[in-house]
Design a protein around this ligand. Structure first.
Ligand SMILES: Nc1ncnc2c1ncn2[C@@H]1O[C@H](COP(=O)(O)OP(=O)(O)O)[C@@H](O)[C@H]1O
Ligand SMILES: N[C@@H](CCC(=O)OP(=O)(O)O)C(=O)O
Length: 384
């Protein structure tokens, strides 16, 4: 059975009381003349308020800051230069959140603006603080409206794109469902319009993505195209968050009632259980400070055997990190995991050098390089 044919496996409703993160892309929030689409903001606000009344916690990740800043600054199209993007985002973010606030409050919901930087999700102490902020806001009934803090991002954009941000926010709040709204009816077997392309309605695991051609070309205002959405879905699903990619035009049919029609969007089933936030942080949000290269046997021990990584399986090291740093564990074929390395890079290099000379390893090296408790496996991606 192909992914496209497995419609019967789709749940026909959101789980009772599910915590939902909903992301809306720039392409869905902007009118052809460049202004913000107030009608869309109003419709989605009404739906969010309705979901809250039905017992769902909801978090909104809203793109559109850059798009909303173009017209006021007299820019004709999305600029390439970082400083202009930041200027546009600074002007646009205020307008964007003010529109959400007006619309949400008309439906009785309180808006909470949350702007995140890469550090907020990559540095563990920040991560915990942000998680506590979300928990408090949700417990008090507010609707967090999240975006990257583009004005102070040092590259375009530090967190990559808002699809990735939405997957990270799903981790932060332990969401049950992530909904990515865009300008196309879910993931297709190839870019819509390609001869023979058809929508995929259900994906049960990344293996089912093999025949699908997603590309990273976005529209005039978006970033990342379908590729970043599928990556975000893969990350979210691996940690227990089901993901739906759907057309924002279909939002009322998708979220307005208690059931979800089978002919809308693409449903990605979770591929793993909700994982501890420490592991999620290591896997997707931390910034690795180096790489530990391992042979095929160690790769199998870590992935299939669920074992700690031991020194005999290590064949190389990249970067100059201290013990206690987050590193990537790289096998012969792919990046397998991230974890906290109990050795400094220099210590591992010394051991490898001694091994190369046939000499006994200097010092006492019985401790695992990365203990299983400090290791987070990474999901395979479609290309692996
Ligand atoms: N296999 C595919 N299925 C669906 N859309 C695809 C596929 N490959 C590429 N795309 C393109 O991805 C676009 C959505 O990405 P993007 O413009 O970044 O949206 P957003 O601003 O909502 O994040 C679609 O308009 C579509 O043209
Ligand atoms: N933070 C940026 C959005 C970046 C982004 O990923 O945009 P999109 O592809 O439209 O979700 C903004 O608000 O303009």
């Amino acid at each position: 059975m192909s992914a496209a044919d497995a419609v019967g496996l789709r749940p026909d409703a959101l789980p009772e009381g599910a915590r939902v993160v909903l992301k809306v892309g720039s392409s869905s929030l902007t009118r052809p003349d460049g202004g913000l689409d107030l009608n869309r903001i109003d419709i989605i606000s009404g739906l969010l308020a309705g979901m809250r009344r039905r017992g769902h916690d909801v978090v909104l990740v809203s793109s559109g800051a850059v798009a909303a800043g173009l017209v006021p600054l007299g820019l004709e199209s999305r600029p390439g230069e970082l400083r202009l993007l930041q200027a546009a985002a600074s002007v646009g973010q205020g307008r964007l959140v003010s529109r959400w606030q007006t619309a949400l409050s008309a439906y009785g919901a309180v808006t909470a603006q949350v702007l995140l930087t890469a550090q907020d999700v990559a540095v563990r102490s920040h991560y915990r603080t942000v998680r506590a902020t979300f928990d408090t806001l949700l417990s008090m009934g507010a609707v967090p409206v999240v975006n990257e803090n583009d004005a102070v991002a040092t590259t375009e954009f530090n967190l990559g794109d808002n699809d990735h941000l939405a997957a990270l926010v799903s981790h932060l709040v332990t969401a049950d469902v992530l909904i990515l709204f865009t300008d196309v009816d879910g993931m297709w077997t190839a870019r819509p319009g390609t001869p023979g392309a058809r929508p995929v309605r259900y994906v049960g695991g990344t293996g089912e993505l093999a025949g699908v051609r997603v590309d990273g070309d976005a529209g005039a205002l978006g970033t990342g195209g379908m590729a970043t959405k599928v990556q975000a879905a893969t990350i979210a699903c691996a940690s227990g968050t089901a993901t739906i990619i759907a057309d924002a035009d279909d939002a009322p049919r998708l979220l307005g009632g208690r059931t979800i029609p089978a002919d809308l969007g693409t449903w990605f089933a979770p591929t793993g259980p909700h994982r501890s936030s420490r592991r999620l942080w290591m896997a997707h949000a931390s910034m690795p400070e180096g790489r530990v290269l391992v042979d095929a046997g160690a790769a199998r021990a870590v992935t299939e055997g669920k074992k700690s990584l031991l020194l005999p399986g290590v064949v190389g090291v990249d970067g100059d990190f201290e013990s206690g740093s987050v590193v990537e564990i790289v096998g012969p074929q792919r990046v397998l995991a991230r974890g906290i390395c109990r050795y400094a890079a220099a210590e591992i290099e010394e051991v490898l050098e001694a091994r190369g000379r046939g000499a006994p390893a200097p010092g006492d090296h019985v401790a695992p390089v990365v203990h299983r408790d400090d290791l987070a496996e990474l999901p395979r991606t479609a290309g692996d």
